[in-house]
Structures are given as structure tokens and as C-alpha cells.
Design a protein. Structure first.
Length: 470
């Protein structure tokens, strides 16, 4: 990881002390659990000794420049570019093949001009970054060596809360460090580390320097790549995150083969189901992925999906939110076929989806808005205008398609619900809107207690925003 750019999202420094909680009296009454016929302590020692040789330390060097400084001798107010300086970072990696392929985090080696790999037996090699993927935070490094110790891939889909795991890496520069804990959650998303998140959460202590290291199960199988911690101080507080091995392995294979990660793509925008949206769409549970927009000639359109459909199952497995659906599709082979169960207008339908390849550009994530309560008209305090040619040029909007929000009163229901100036209203309560007069006609009958379900275009993303009166 980079100097000052450590592996957590809340804090970026380490702690130099520890809190020791007395546990006297417990050992005499606690029995050591069994693991496959062996006592747990022996199994942990065996697993640690087996995996440690395959976990490496990675030191990276990047060239950085400080802000340009003014030189009075230069004319026209030009600035002279300062000289580049070296910045050093440190992280971990996992040898996954005897011929020298190493999986680590992209943020450990991103933009590195020099990579040094140190094995557990202190052998040193120059590493070459094969490729990296910021969207999953996975990167592959290659060293010129053979007959290396390597870790066996495990199946992260089989992980369950309570499973024993070991985190192995080089936290705070302390090489060959092993910590022990359990899986405390699976499928953790919205952590804010990467675009594609499906993290394994663990209480096995993880600290700065563990990034890119191994998370293994009790049998020594690689089930995750340690990536981030949530911490107000920068030190371990028992909440660490690892990229699941199935996601990391798929990314690694694609990076080696093509130099980039080839992903599946739905060809539609989706958002999570909130309690208020669950009522609007007559859903039995607050889960699923709402289709907010369907791209022409994409997989979703070919499968017959429509705006307002709610995908509730993928190949028979429940879909909890849009992130889970996105991850499942992203990891599906291009051209593979899958069954979607969806709810449309309160009725259950099925669709057959053929996966297409995702476009190269970054796929932006839709955000669902929350609802708020008020005793006024749901759209009170919102200023709308037709998308006229001058306004379209000013705001970079398509002409004659929707009604643009030009201002919102502070503290209004609409503001609390997430509506923003610049949003272009396409629908009100599932009715198409292409002019202010139509919006006015649809909005006039609404009572203060009614719901105003807006479909808006926000910078190219279509999202539903429920504004509920009281």
C-alpha cells in the first residue's frame, strides 16, 4: 500500500499500543474445540506453518510531484514543475502458483515504478505488475522464480458466519504475522473501497500492511485477499474486510489473460429497494433490485426487462440488493444464460438473460433516495422548468425530454428525499412526463398524504425517488 494511503477507509495511520483485557478464569472452564479430529490449536498451528511461506511482503515505489511553485523569472505567470520525488509503500501479497504469480491489492502497486517482493525465507525478487483492476482492487504481480510455495484457492461461496479464519501478512512492517478469528459477515457492500464490493468481514486482527495478504480457512485454503479495515483510529477494532477468493481469482485470471477484467453487464440501471419503494412496487419483502432504466439492444432489453421490474432471484438464489445482482452478473461468463425471477406490477415473472460484456467505461452506481414526512404537497418547494434549447445547452441536457429541477427549498420534503437541482423528471407516479404542463396536470391532484414517485435522470443515471407526504 502507498505511504499514507493505507488499506482502510476511515483512518490512515497505525496504532503503537494495545489494550489487553484480562481473561483469567476462562481457560480452566473452556474446552478447546475440535477441527476435523484435531484440537483447534494444533490445526491453527498447522495451517499457519503451511501458508506463511506463500505470503510475501511487497515494497512499492511511486514518483510523485508536489504542487507547482511560481518562478518570478518566467513570463506570463507560468509555473515551473517541481522535480519528482520517490514515495514508498508497503503491503502484502499471496503466491498462487509455483511459477511466481502473486495476487495483491491494486492500491498496493498502483502506479509503481519499482516493486520489490520479499519471500518469507527472506529471498528478494524484482516484481513486475502484470495488470491491476481498481474496480475490484485486485492486482497481479509476477516474479521470475519456480518451485515456489503457493496457496490453494478455496471457495468463498461456502463461507459462513462463524467459520474460523486466519489473516496472514505484514502489518506495520512486521513480516510473517498471523492473526486468528472468525468470519463475522459475508456479502458486505457499500464499504467505499472499490466499485465492486462483496467483502468477507472478519474479526481476525488486520492492520496497515496487511493489504493484499491472505485470509485462509482452517484448512489453509485461500478464501479472501485482505483489503481494508473500518477504524476511527487507524488500528484494528475487529472489523476487517477481504475480497472473496472467487472474485479475486476471476479477476486474476482475466488480468493475466487479457490485461484487464472482462465483466458481464446487465445493460440496465438498478437501485436498492427501500421500505417505501417496497410498498410502491407491492413487494413481499424489502429486497431485490429495481430496474430504473433499460439500455437499447442490451442484455436486459433482449430478456424483456422493463423499467419498474424488480429482480428478486438470480438462478434461483435470492437477490438482496442491486449490488449483489451486479456482482453476480459481473462474474458470469460472457454469453452464459441465466434465469431471472422478477416482480412486475405485483405479479411474478421469469426472464432468460444472456450475459453481454460490460463497456470499457466506468459503470456508475445508482443511489436510492430516502423518504421524508411532511404535511404539505409532496412537491412543495420545488421549482421546475421545461428543458428548452437554451437551458439544455447550459445544463448539457437533451431537449424536449422531461422537466428539469432548477431549485429546491431547503428543508422541503423533496430535498430530504434526495431530489437535487439538475435532476430531470421523466415520470411522476409511473406516468411519462415530457413537459411542465404534463407534470402540473399529474401533480395537481396529489394530496399532502400522497406519494410522489419520481423517475429522474441524474447525470445519465435513471433513479426512482419516492417523496411521501404524511
Amino acid at each position: 500500500m502507498k505511504n499514507g494511503r493505507l488499506m482502510m477507509r476511515i483512518a490512515v495511520w497505525g496504532v503503537l499500543g494495545s489494550l489487553i483485557v484480562p481473561v483469567s478464569g476462562l481457560a480452566a472452564t473452556q474446552q478447546i474445540p475440535k477441527a476435523n479430529g484435531h484440537d483447534l490449536q494444533s490445526q491453527v498451528k498447522h495451517t499457519a506453518n503451511k501458508v506463511i511461506p506463500a505470503v510475501v511482503s511487497i515494497a512499492s515505489t511511486v514518483m510523485v510531484r508536489d504542487q507547482a511553485f511560481s518562478d518570478g523569472a518566467l513570463p506570463f505567470g507560468l509555473f515551473k514543475e517541481p522535480p519528482a520525488r520517490r514515495q514508498y509503500g508497503q503491503g502484502s501479497g499471496v503466491i498462487v502458483s509455483p511459477d511466481g504469480y502473486i495476487v495483491t491489492n491494486n492500491h498496493v502497486v498502483a502506479d509503481a515504478v519499482d516493486v520489490e517482493v520479499v519471500l518469507a525465507d527472506r529471498r528478494q525478487y524484482k516484481g513486475k505488475v502484470v495488470a491491476g483492476d481498481p474496480k475490484t482492487d485486485v492486482a497481479v504481480v509476477k516474479i521470475q522464480a519456480t518451485n515456489l510455495p503457493s496457496v490453494v484457492w478455496g471457495d468463498s461461496n461456502r463461507l459462513a458466519v462463524g467459520d474460523f479464519v486466519l489473516a496472514i501478512g505484514n502489518p506495520l512492517g512486521l513480516s510473517r504475522t498471523v492473526t486468528f478469528g472468525i468470519v463475522s459477515a459475508v456479502g458486505r457492500a457499500d464499504v467505499g473501497v472499490a466499485d465492486f464490493e462483496d467483502f468477507v468481514q472478519t474479526d481476525a486482527p488486520i492492520n496497515p500492511g496487511n493489504s493484499g495478504g491472505a485470509l485462509v480457512n482452517i484448512h489453509g485454503e485461500l478464501v479472501g485477499i485482505n483489503t481494508a479495515i473500518a477504524s476511527p483510529t487507524g488500528g484494528n477494532v475487529g472489523v476487517g474486510f477481504a475480497i472473496p477468493s472467487n472474485m479475486a481469482r476471476a479477476a486474476m485470471q482475466s488480468l493475466i489473460k487479457t490485461g484487464r477484467v472482462v465483466r458481464g453487464f446487465l445493460g440496465a440501471s438498478t437501485q436498492d429497494v427501500s421500505p417505501s419503494l417496497g410498498k410502491v412496487f407491492r413487494l413481499p419483502d424489502v429486497k431485490g433490485a429495481i430496474v430504473t432504466d433499460v439500455q437499447p439492444k442490451g442484455s436486459a432489453e433482449r430478456a424483456g426487462l422493463r423499467r419498474g421490474d424488480v429482480v428478486v432471484r438470480f438462478d434461483g438464489g435470492d437477490i438482496m440488493d442491486s449490488g449483489q445482482l451486479r456482482n453476480l452478473i459481473a462474474q458470469s461468463p460472457i454469453g452464459s444464460k441465466h434465469r431471472l425471477d422478477l416482480i412486475r406490477d405485483g405479479k411474478l415473472y421469469q426472464a432468460d438473460l444472456a450475459i453481454q460484456e460490460a463497456p470499457r467505461e466506468r459503470i456508475k452506481k445508482s443511489q436510492a433516495a430516502s423518504s421524508a414526512a411532511s404535511t404539505v404537497h409532496p412537491l412543495s418547494g420545488v421549482v421546475f422548468d421545461d428543458v428548452t434549447p437554451p437551458l439544455a445547452r447550459q445544463m448539457d441536457l437533451p431537449v424536449n425530454n422531461g422537466v428539469v429541477v432548477t431549485d429546491i427549498e431547503e428543508g422541503s420534503l423533496a430535498e430530504a428525499s434526495g431530489l437535487q437541482p439538475g435532476d430531470v423528471v421523466l415520470e411522476l407516479n409511473r406516468q411519462h412526463v415530457n413537459s411542465f404542463s404534463i407534470l402540473q396536470r399529474l401533480a395537481d391532484p396529489l394530496k399532502p398524504t400522497d406519494l410522489a414517485l419520481l423517475l429522474v435522470n441524474r447525470q445519465g443515471n435513471a433513479i426512482y425517488i419516492p417523496i411521501q407526504g404524511e
